[in-house]
Design a protein around this ligand. Structure first.
Ligand code: HEC
Length: 88
């Protein structure tokens, strides 16, 4: 399955935390970063990704993606961001 559906969920504030680490706008990592600091801060402040292990993220992401009503494509982007952070 390749859902080419709208990643057009730029709902407003955008955050403006562009630290420009090579990943350009429109990349999954950048999209994931926007989601992380946008959607994921509705209920709590963003915690550093590396505070949690990869295996912890495996349970956190599905749980919190559901809390945030992320689409499958958005969840993929979130994973791209989390993987990029864990790999730093
Ligand atoms: C609807 C509210 C809500 C949204 C939106 C939300 N969270 Fe959470 N989050 C919570 C609550 C409540 C907890 C603490 C209780 C729990 O672990 O379920 C939590 C806990 C966490 C934790 C700590 C987990 C642990 O095991 O200690 C992390 C990390 C986290 N959220 C990340 C995220 C990420 C990433 C997103 C975006 C995809 C997100 N959250 C979106 C409500 C939310």
């Amino acid at each position: 399955m390749a859902p080419a559906t709208a990643l057009v969920a730029c709902s407003g504030d955008g955050g403006g935390t562009s630290t420009g680490r090579g990943a350009g706008y429109g990349s999954p990592v950048e999209e994931g970063r926007r989601l992380y600091f946008g959607r994921c801060t509705a209920c709590h402040s963003p915690e550093p990704v590396r505070d949690y292990s990869p295996s912890e993220w495996k349970t956190i992401v599905p749980d919190m993606a559901a809390e945030s009503n992320l689409t499958a494509a958005q969840t993929d982007a979130l994973w791209a961001y989390i993987h990029a952070e864990l790999a730093r």
